[in-house]
Design a protein around this ligand. Structure first.
Ligand SMILES: Nc1ncnc2c1ncn2[C@@H]1O[C@H](COP(=O)(O)OP(=O)(O)O)[C@@H](O)[C@H]1O
Ligand SMILES: O=C(O)C1=C[C@@H](OP(=O)(O)O)[C@@H](O)[C@H](O)C1
Ligand SMILES: [Mg+2]
Length: 174
């Protein structure tokens, strides 16, 4: 059965997908998946070490398999993706087939102010790579987004906006 009620958060590393995804799932009382955590659990290996041992292309295939699996569960879920999910078209196809995407649009200067890079392989050695990730991906985040929510203030402020949009989505699909 196709599950159309997934709420899928996309956006740059540090935009708040994992933090806000968990809060949103608690609020909506539905299942929460952080795709990075699912990958780490499945492989019993950290994201840093997967990138180091097997490389990014391998990680993207695992990310696709995880997306394919979790979107097919017969329950409403909030899914926090990893920031690079938009670089793999087939992964976005399964996510969008089974849910609605929300682009969390957080300004770069806000991300720089509090992002922790030690568990983020693409930024660990040079936080300013975030700028090139932004340039490479911003059009993809916008293209793939069913909704765009600005996250430029307090977390709770963004959470309120997410709850409003999610309730609209869930209501329209009951
Ligand atoms: N308004 C805000 N929205 C989201 N995160 C915020 C905000 N203000 C501060 N933060 C902090 O920024 C970080 C966001 O990281 P995270 O949720 O891991 O993002 P992502 O999963 O998108 O990479 C967290 O440490 C969070 O506490
Ligand atoms: O931007 C990326 O390509 C990545 C972002 C990470 O997730 P966050 O966006 O939660 O940091 C994680 O999936 C991996 O390190 C690759
Ligand atoms: Mg995350």
């Amino acid at each position: 059965m196709v599950m159309m009620k997934n709420i899928v958060l996309i956006g740059l590393p540090g935009s708040g997908k994992s933090t806000l995804g968990k809060l949103l799932a608690d609020e909506l009382n539905c299942t929460y998946y952080d795709m990075d955590c699912v990958i780490e659990d499945n492989l019993n290996q950290s994201i840093i070490s997967i990138f180091k041992d097997k490389g990014e292309a391998y990680f993207r295939e695992i990310e696709y398999n995880v997306a394919d699996k979790i979107t097919k569960h017969n329950q409403a879920s909030v899914i926090a993706t990893g920031g690079g999910v938009v670089t793999m078209q087939k992964t976005m196809v399964v996510l969008k087939e089974n849910g609605y995407t929300i682009f969390l649009n957080r300004p770069l200067n806000k991300i720089y102010a509090d992002i922790e890079t030690k568990n983020r392989p693409l930024l660990r050695d040079n936080i300013f790579r975030l700028e090139s990730l932004y340039n490479q991906r911003i059009h993809l985040y916008r293209e793939y987004a069913d909704y765009i929510i600005d996250n430029n203030g307090e977390i709770n402020n963004c959470l309120d906006k997410l709850i409003e949009v999610s309730n609209k989505i869930l209501l329209a699909n009951t």
